[in-house]
Design a protein around this ligand. Sequence first.
Ligand code: IMP
Ligand code: MG
Length: 206
Amino acid sequence: MAVGAGAAAFRKRRDVLLYCPIMHTLLSSAQLAEGIDRLAAAVRHDGGRPPLTVIGVLTGSIVVVADLIRRLAGPVRLGMAWASSYRGTATAPGRLDLRLDLLPDVTGHDVLLVDDIFDSGRTLEALVGELHGRGAARVRTLVLLRKEGRAEVAMEPDFVGFEIPDVFVVGYGLDFDGQWRHLPYLAALDADDIARAGPAPAAARA
Ligand code: IMP
Ligand code: MG
């Protein structure tokens, strides 16, 4: 589903918290819930061999995973991988770090890899490779959001909740400099919000 025409379409929302930067609501809680319903229905109809092993990409996917698995028919196994390509106040991806020690055994299992957002696509591409390398029988990928015009990889996620413009978003699990994951809706940070947060530390841009 395409969302909005761009930043001009975002509704301003100043009532989050007193010290909150001004943010623009991109997707409301109700819209996000409808998107998760739609994604869960698509996964339920996708077939495959039970149990489904759902792997969430920490940290941003935790809210999506928690809402999604409660809408699946089961049986479901749950595991986590950790990936990071953003540092501090940087809004462009840096080097990709992966930690896979929390992964369950996926040998011979159907896997659903879940992330919050598909930006360059490098995180999901690397993790899909790892899961195939560990002998997963089938790997499907699901993202809540896909940013327009940013992909740097050939792969496409199998399930996409919402197509969004190329803006930096926070809330519903997504952060900026470690904050705002707790917002129950999705908000876009504009250039002023980002400038107010200060420049990214040099290491952050590596
Ligand atoms: P990719 O590897 O470039 O696709 O980046 C995916 C990861 O970057 C996601 O799992 C997020 O953690 C992070 N990310 C990308 N865009 C945003 C954003 O707009 N806000 C917050 N995190 C983002
Ligand atoms: Mg992430």
